[in-house]
Design a protein around this ligand. Structure first.
Ligand code: 5GP
Ligand code: ZN
Length: 114
């Protein structure tokens, strides 16, 4: 846990959020500024600044998150597919430095890479 990290504060309940899911290792909540009808984020409770800080010791946790993502997407009504995005570092457009997977869908999502 990091004292000044807003996502750690959300996990601790110090900043309110619209929670999607929680267990002992991960937490999911709706994005405050959604880019599509459904837009939530899945994060590890462990404070990991970005994917660039991940190593082999985090492999099981990251794998769990990727397996959980489609389950949560389905629970949120995303039956027709969804987009997962992980922004990494300033060059990757990351703004909050606590690793998070964006799960986005429910609207007209254009292809991102052609
Ligand atoms: P990034 O650009 O780092 O991948 O995405 C950070 C995301 O966190 C943004 O989509 C932004 O809207 C969201 N966000 C920032 N602060 C808060 C907050 O206090 N609560 C919630 N629910 N989302 C936040
Ligand atoms: Zn954090």
């Amino acid at each position: 846990m990091s004292d000044n990290c807003i996502f750690c504060k959300i996990v601790r309940g110090e900043i309110p959020c619209r929670k999607v899911y929680e267990d002992d290792e991960v937490f999911a909540f709706h994005d405050i500024n959604p880019v599509a009808p459904v837009h939530f984020m899945l994060i590890p409770k462990l404070h990991l600044a970005s994917l660039a800080e991940a190593d082999a010791s985090h492999a099981a946790l990251l794998g769990k998150m990727l397996v959980l993502a489609p389950q949560l997407a389905k629970e949120q009504g995303l039956d027709n597919g969804f987009r997962t995005v992980i922004n990494t570092g300033k060059g990757g457009g990351q703004e909050v430095f606590h690793l998070h997977v964006h799960i986005i869908g429910g609207g007209n999502i254009p292809p991102m890479v052609k």
